[in-house]
Structure formats: C-alpha cells, structure tokens
Design a protein around this ligand. Structure first.
Ligand SMILES: NC(=O)c1ccc[n+]([C@@H]2O[C@H](COP(=O)([O-])OP(=O)(O)OC[C@H]3O[C@@H](n4cnc5c(N)ncnc54)[C@H](OP(=O)(O)O)[C@@H]3O)[C@@H](O)[C@H]2O)c1
Length: 310
C-alpha cells in the first residue's frame, strides 16, 4: 500500500510503499479516506517525548476517517508512535474494534478528520472537566488552533453568556516575550466584560497564567497543553481568595465510550453547521511538506486526503 513512512525518529515521514496490515482477531482493516497531522503525531514521532523513541519504520497518524470492509464510514484512533504499530497516514490501517466510531450523515471525511481528538478534548473540557453552566463567561486561549476553534463554538452551543477567544496576532508574537501576565489578565477581563467562569487553556506559560488571574470566584481553568511554555505561575492568594480551580486534562484518561460520546456530540453539531474548523487539505504524496507545515505551527490543521470518499 501507499503510506507516509517514518524511518528515523525526529525526521518527517516520506511517501513510500509499505506492507499492507495483516487481518487480526478483534481488529478491522479500514480503507483510510482522510487523516490529520496533529500535535500528538509530531510529539510521538519526535523520539524526545515521554512515549520514548518509536520503533521504525512506522506509519504515523493517531486518528483518521475511512470505511470498514462492509462500507460503514468510521472515525478511528490508533497508538502510532506511542506503541509499536502503524497509524492512519496510509491507504489501509488495522484498528482495534473498540476504537471505531461510526460517522453520522452530513459530515465529510475531511471535516471529521480535522475535528477528531482536538474536538473531543475541547468538548469534554467544557462539559465534564469545567462543567460549564448556561450563562457563564468563557475565555478560550489559543483560539486559532483546532481545540480553540471548537471550544469557542461549543461554548456558544452550550449556552455561555459571553465567549472570548484570545489568539496571538503577528504583532503579539513580536512582543510576546515582554507580556506581563497581570497586564494580559487585565486585557482579558476587559474583553470578557468581567471575569471568566471557565478558561480553556492549551497554551500554559504567560497566557495560561494570565487566564488563571482572570478567573472569577468559583472559576475553573482547564489546561491541556503547553504551546506557550511549560509552567503556570499563579500565586496562592489569587487562587484561594477566589476558591478557583486549576485542572489538568488528557484525552488518555477517557474510556472508549466517553470518547465516542464526545465525538458523536461534536460531529452532530458539525453536521448541523454549528461547529466548523479551518483546515488545509493535501494529497498523501505531499505528506512530507504537510508534516513540516504542521511542525512549523503554520496555524492551519493539515488534513491528508488518502482516498476519494463521500
Ligand atoms: N491533553 C490532551 O488530551 C490534548 C488533546 C488535544 C490537544 N492537546 C494539546 O492542545 C494544544 C492545542 O492543540 P490543537 O489541536 O488546537 O493544536 P493547533 O491546531 O496546532 O493549535 C495550536 C495553537 O497554539 C497557538 N500557539 C502556539 N504557540 C503559541 C505561543 N507561544 N503563544 C500563544 N499561542 C501559541 C497557535 O497559535 P497560532 O494560530 O498563532 O499559530 C495555535 O492557535 C496542543 O499543545 C496539543 O498537543 C492536548
């Protein structure tokens, strides 16, 4: 089969021939239609993450969309790069049966692939981790990313009274090193028209710290990534005076059933046009360049189109 193949950890995959997956009990061979390149794919392939150095050669791709042998359209996940085995960036992918989720009508393979695990995280953070209530104010950091785009739209769907998405501009990037968390928190409170009941934080670092300082009494900040830095620096008095909560989130703590429920909810809203994310579509033979665009954090989710679907 044709596939994206990584032969050395830390080096982008190349378009190449790779052996077809063998049939195995409890697994389904999916004919892949589209697969995104997400931050988790790069982290796992880097060889420098807590997953260790992946065995090579392997096909990356922790999620994808395709069809089972009976033609059912599905979204699926894999452990590629985190455990031995091949992932979704190939014409065929062997998937554990528990990791298959049927796609609802009305969502294209590319749309579903662009949403995927980042959308699951945004949805579960708002509904389960932060327990967003109707009428609350929500601040979404990193609002230009997939998590951020979904969180902004999902917060609206879930009845937030005010949703502010914060995204860095070119000018902000240039002055990012000088940004003071307290000054940024003041600007965020201005935009919110008050304080945030819920903060969705894929960034950590200075913006995450500012988000924590902008929390309302009883507010909840949920961190799921460290795009802007490894540390939140919040003083005890700010948190305890507001009896606020700073929580961590990982999709890895979800059961397959929880992940499926969240994905079905998001894809249902996507089918109805309420949750839409930007993405850049490219063919499998362009995978090296697409991988490098994602590595450069070019801002648009790369979705590799592998076979013609619906
Ligand atoms: N814990 C989990 O289970 C889980 C699940 C999904 C995602 N995540 C993590 O959440 C983060 C976001 O995921 P995603 O899918 O939304 O990724 P993405 O689409 O690549 O978005 C990344 C976002 O981070 C912003 N960013 C990067 N560096 C920044 C900086 N120094 N200051 C401010 N903003 C910065 C980018 O801004 P620009 O648009 O300006 O480049 C972009 O909006 C990633 O770290 C990912 O690993 C975690």
């Amino acid at each position: 089969m044709r596939a994206a193949v990584i032969t050395l950890a830390g080096v982008a995959p190349a378009h190449a021939e790779h052996p077809d997956p063998a049939p195995a009990p409890g697994r389904t061979v999916v004919r892949v239609e589209a697969a995104p390149i997400a931050p988790l794919d790069l982290l796992a392939a880097s060889g420098t993450s807590y997953f260790g150095v992946p065995a090579t050669p392997y096909v990356p791709g922790v999620q994808g969309v395709g069809r089972t042998p009976d033609g059912t359209p599905v979204w699926f996940s894999t452990d590629a790069g985190m455990r031995p085995g091949d992932g979704s960036l190939a014409e065929l992918c062997s998937v554990a049966d528990g990791d298959l989720v049927p796609l609802p009508d009305g969502v294209t393979p590319v749309q579903a692939a662009a949403l995927g695990l980042s959308a699951v995280a945004a949805w579960v953070i708002l509904t389960d981790s932060a327990r967003l209530a109707a009428g609350e104010r929500v601040l979404v950091l990193g609002a230009g990313g997939i998590v951020g785009q979904v969180a902004v739209q999902a917060a609206r769907v879930l009845g937030a009274s005010r949703v502010v998405g914060a995204a860095r501009s070119a000018a902000a990037r240039a002055r990012a090193d000088d940004d003071e968390p307290a000054a940024l928190a003041a600007r965020l409170r201005d935009a919110l028209g008050g304080e945030a009941d819920v903060v969705v934080d894929p960034l950590c670092g200075v913006p995450g710290t500012a988000g924590a300082l902008a929390l309302a009494p009883g507010g909840r900040l949920v961190n799921l990534g460290s795009e802007a830095g490894p540390t939140l620096a919040v003083d005890s008095a700010s948190i305890r005076a507001r009896h606020a909560a700073v929580l961590g989130y990982t999709n890895n703590a979800l059961s397959p059933a929880q992940r499926r429920t969240a994905l079905e909810a998001v894809l249902g809203h996507a089918a109805a046009g309420r949750i839409i994310v930007g993405h850049h579509e490219c063919p499998l033979d362009d995978v090296t360049a697409a991988w490098e665009r994602q590595a450069a954090r070019s801002g648009t989710r790369q979705v590799v189109r592998i076979a013609a679907g619906r």
